[in-house]
Design a protein around this ligand. Sequence first.
Ligand SMILES: [Zn+2]
Ligand SMILES: [Zn+2]
Length: 426
Amino acid sequence: MSSLSSPSSPSSPKRAFASDGDQGRPSKQQKLDKRDVPAHFKGLKKDEADGLEKIETFRGLKRSFVASYPGQDAESYSRRAKNVKLDEANEDEISRAAKTSNQSNVAMAAKETVSRLRVDLARMPASAQRGMANFTGVLCYRISLLQALLHLPLLVGWLWDWHLPENCVADQPEECFSCVLRLLALSYWRAPGHSGDQLPKVFKAMHKTLKSLGWAEEGQADPDEQLLFFFKAQRQELPSSVYSLVEAIFQSFWTQKIACSCGHQSVTPGTESKLTVCLAPRIPKGSLADYVKRCFSEVVPYRCDGCNITADRLKVREFNHTGDVLCIQLSQLDNFGRKINWVVPIPSLLDLTSLRHATNDDASLLYELTAIVQHTGQNGNGHYVCSAAGPDGQWQLFNDKLVSKSGVANVVRGFVPVLLFFRRKK
Ligand SMILES: [Zn+2]
Ligand SMILES: [Zn+2]
């Protein structure tokens, strides 16, 4: 389970926010009703009123925090409050635009953003690839995820060139996840001025940082939840202009359409940095592309806004834009929560052209596989490894500290692929 949604320690101040803070806290969707507009909101423009509403929210949070945890010091409170505040106030421009405006404009902005990143394979010498020590015994999920991320040249470029230490705004640099991830990438790839021997030390420092940010370590965790936690930490600690760069690498936008027999059509925009593809029910001889397509075109119960009738309707999603990196999580559970017992073959190329929206002008929707995070065993006590394409094109299998040559897109016998990373084929 992720500490993102359910921090474990009962004394954790974060939990105090999650449970107590929710009471009396206006939801983001909740519009200010005329009757309960506080006096000092009157006569303000909407933006200004929203800002004040946020401040009111934090005051409410602080009151409930102090009431529930009188022993907690103010510093601990202010750190948490700052995170909550940043979380709400720092909502990324692209995400916000995606919810409110034209998907093709948003896609254009994302493309423009990602074009500012530099891909330089010379920075990633194959001789530098190596394993990482699983020093607590349960970090294989994190090591596997990091190996996959460190093999994404766009992300490495972002870490290299952006969020330089002098630009960091964290009160305590050791609490900045982006800083420690950057150091990890620079030590891993033996960047000039960075000793590769520092890697184990930096990996341990990252462990502390993640703990201080609220990632509770209770044995084995899931790499997909860890990835979302990474994104969340970065969204909180980085200025929007810098976070939007890393977000644009992964983010895809689509338009979802549901047509009713009355003629009414519901059209909703959507966006995601990680696509979840359900493997159940099984598609006989189905390829990964078949499962992705099914996920983008399925029959769902739908209540029509036009005629108010609820019926099964076809929901179709089409990509307005896909991220240069596509992260696909393969959901291994069926509708009853049982683990499925088949493995979908992983292709080295994935073609999403048939899911292209009419307004999509991405150069290509053809993707090549760069990494597979794979799992064996039961949830909670299995083992994760990662196979990834090196900068020289050679696939390697990363098993904690061990590295061995691997075949292209190879899934180890007895393992199932859980997280796939593709990059756009130019
Ligand atoms: Zn930083
Ligand atoms: Zn209808």
